[in-house]
Write a protein that binds this ligand. Sequence first.
Ligand SMILES: N[C@@H](CCC(=O)N[C@@H](CS)C(=O)NCC(=O)O)C(=O)O
Length: 237
Amino acid sequence: MLELVTLPPAFGMRNISPFCLKSEMLMTSLEIPFKMTQEADPRQAPNGKLPFLVVDGKRLPDSELMAVYLDDITQGKVYGGLTPAQNGQGLALARLAEDHLYWLMVASRWLDEAWWPNIVEGFFGIAPRLVRPLVAAMARREVSKGYRLHGLGRHSLEDQKAFALRDLAALEGAVPELGFLFGDSPGIYDFTIAALMAGIFDNQPATWLTTLAMPFARLHAYTERVQAAVGVYGRPV
Ligand SMILES: N[C@@H](CCC(=O)N[C@@H](CS)C(=O)NCC(=O)O)C(=O)O
């Protein structure tokens, strides 16, 4: 049986990572038998990132490569039904969500002083109390470096919030009022957007990004609709 390895629950979420949640949604929708296990330390994962999929004892990293693999073994059930235009539109939205808005979500959790204690408890709660602040601070430095390398980390918080609002407005404009992006049932690109937005809307306590996102009612309703359709929610239900 396939094994999907994800991060453990945190911040009031059952599945905290957009990439892990997207993969769980996709595999559930494909009705592929799989079990989920947890790994708290991404350094133990291939490429140092979660999720990964264990296939016949081999570890397959990256949620997108996993989707391609799942497409292969289901004879095209992931991407096969999409026209090139739909795939182009979906992939552009996925890149917006996962390569831009995702980083603003990371910053809203990791780099906000007021939210920082939640990271220490949520991600490093299993580390011995004595070394916990040190281990957490080292990880934070890495996140901060990565954010700066991305480029977003060079901007003021005010500008980061303005970037986030433009991303949210773009997604709000792109998702349908009813139904899903490209059909009667949700597909890979719906899972990508909804998995990210679930972690923004539902993480506890709210981050500055949660507060910015809340007024985007259409995006919120869409996020709920996708989760309900597949029966997989980021939060515990
Ligand atoms: N492109 C990867 C991204 C995965 C990713 O960034 N996972 C995060 C959790 S949301 C992670 O493991 N981060 C740990 C790190 O970067 O050290 C995918 O689609 O699976």
